[in-house]
Design a protein around this ligand. Structure first.
Ligand code: SF4
Ligand code: SF4
Length: 504
């Protein structure tokens, strides 16, 4: 009977650990607002530096220009893309498909190897929320407990002042972010034009700015971690991407369990356990409920790792969908371990396999192999993009036409051409017949100067001697020259009368 009771207790305990809803939603489906305690520690400091670099790049990039083009522009409205100074037009669609495929493979491999490293360190959502908006909130409203008190308290003048100040600053930052966001789409010049000129002349642009500002404000002031846990497709994919060898923020259950509160020591000095527990607003630890029969692990169950988590989870329950690998729990637990005199890294970057086997090996052969594949893919893409021609040439034989007899010995074919200048500067272009021997006779003008990002269309005859023909269809190679230098080459066919007619 006693055994049955114990089993039942275990079942209840297990069930309590199991969640069938995200940590920020209660059983009634209502949002649980998270008040994460301000993180402190080496990872948080490192992330602060990374966020400063990120912010500098984000703010400076739209002002960098090469040959008059913004260094990075993703103008989906006009289907014009400039990536690191290289202009891509709709004609480069194949490169985009390839780049997209590489990107997808890259994401899969990167996640399989490094887990959600991207989310924690460079995702704009995490960087803006944790490193800027949240820091402003700590500065104005204080740490987690003070924020909780303020929210639960009555609307005093102090509360109104703090809330108003916070939301004004939040909205101002949202406006700046929205303007920059637009600058990456329509270009900084256009954004500045919208700002400088009367609103009536750019009503559409002004509305877009307002909508983007409103969206960013809502995301960072209200939606927050919900973006990562319920909206972001990358976050939702973690379930299928992570494997046991993926490097994630992980709790070392082998070392930490069975967890248990530390026994208070009567040394007369300041007690670290009480200090930690008062930091998270817990009742002091029991002086007895510690070891029992089983020796305890290193986790003192102070719950500081939960208190700092911006998604409200307990990482000791294992890898969870909500974990954005922000490292706050790693810093928090390191501080606790320092205080109680135990080694750091009870929560650390590691794989499930690494934790189970007790061997912390991040760069396993598999990781190295995947990293190699990643590098190879990126290099192939870079080579393809670097060797991309500066013009795109389309030469087609005029539809519905065969060959024309010019004289006794010569035949001609009529062709149409389209040359697109994909470079970021104006270039002269000229067509030249390479093989077989013959000549090109332009209909009207030569293509001449071609402005950046524009195309020229026209027609020309290719004139060949009958003796040069290889049959009904003779391969023809035409070069596109710029200042005498070959910049493109096109192969097409020259239509002739065919061998028998020719001989006749
Ligand atoms: S912070 Fe560390 S010691 Fe405290 S509960 Fe979390 S894992 Fe255990
Ligand atoms: S579990 Fe740790 S790493 Fe994951 S979101 Fe929470 S604090 Fe960040």
């Amino acid at each position: 009977m006693r055994d049955e009771q114990n089993n039942w207790d275990n079942i209840i305990e297990d069930t309590e650990e199991y969640r069938d809803q995200i940590a920020t939603v209660d059983h009634e489906g209502k949002r649980i607002w998270i008040y994460p305690k301000k993180p402190q520690g080496r990872y948080y400091n490192a992330r602060t530096w990374v966020s400063l670099v990120f912010m500098a790049i984000f703010l400076i990039m739209p002002f960098i220009k090469e040959n008059g083009e913004q260094f990075l522009l993703l103008n989906i409205l006009e289907r014009k893309f400039v990536l690191f100074g290289l202009l891509f037009t709709p004609q480069d669609f194949h490169l985009f498909v390839l780049a997209t495929l590489t990107f997808i493979v890259f994401i899969i491999l990167f996640t399989v190897v490094y887990g959600r490293l991207f989310c924690g360190w460079v995702c704009p959502q995490t960087v803006f929320l944790e490193m800027y908006f949240r820091k402003i909130e700590y500065w104005i409203e204080g740490d987690a407990n003070a924020q909780r008190r303020l929210d639960n308290g009555p609307w005093t003048a102090e509360k109104i002042r703090k809330k108003a100040l916070k939301h004004i600053i939040f909205f101002a930052i949202a406006v700046v972010v929205a303007n920059y966001f637009l600058a990456y789409i329509i270009g900084m010049d256009s954004v500045l034009q919208i700002i400088r000129e009367p609103m009536s002349e750019h009503f559409g642009g002004f509305v877009a700015m307002l909508v983007f500002s409103g969206v960013f404000y809502l995301v960072f002031s209200r939606l927050r971690e919900q973006v990562c846990t319920t909206i972001c497709p990358y976050g939702r994919l973690q379930d299928v991407l992570l494997v046991k060898e993926s490097i994630v923020v992980a709790y070392d259950y082998v070392r930490g369990e069975p967890r248990g509160k530390l026994r208070k020591q009567n040394t007369g000095t300041k007690d670290p356990v009480t200090e930690i527990q008062s930091a998270v607003g817990q009742a002091p630890a029991s002086t007895t409920g510690t070891t029992g029969e089983t020796p305890l692990g290193d986790c003192i169950d102070c719950k500081l790792c939960i208190a700092v988590c911006p998604t409200g989870i307990d990482i000791r329950n294992g890898t969870q969908l909500e974990c954005v690998n922000c490292t706050a729990c790693m810093d928090a637990c390191d501080a606790v371990m320092d205080k109680v005199g135990r080694p750091r890294d009870l929560i650390r970057y590691d794989s499930m396999t690494g934790i189970k086997s007790g061997r912390r090996k991040i760069f396993t052969p598999r990781v190295l192999a995947y990293t190699g594949v990643l590098i190879a893919l990126v290099v192939v893409d870079a080579i393809l993009i670097a060797n991309r021609g500066i013009v795109e040439t389309i030469i087609l034989r005029s539809p519905g036409q065969t060959y024309q007899q010019k004289d006794e010995t010569h035949l001609t074919n009529l062709y149409t051409y389209t040359i697109i200048n994909k470079s970021t500067e104006e270039i002269p272009v000229q067509l030249h017949l390479v093989s077989p021997e013959g000549k090109i006779q332009m209909v009207g003008q030569e293509p001449g100067m071609l402005e950046k990002g524009t195309k020229k269309q026209g027609a020309f005859f290719v004139e060949l001697e009958k003796d040069e023909l290889a049959g009904r269809k003779t391969p023809v190679v035409i070069e596109v020259l710029s200042d005498g230098k070959k910049i493109d080459e096109v192969e097409t066919n020259f239509l002739g009368p065919g061998k028998r007619q020719h001989q006749h």
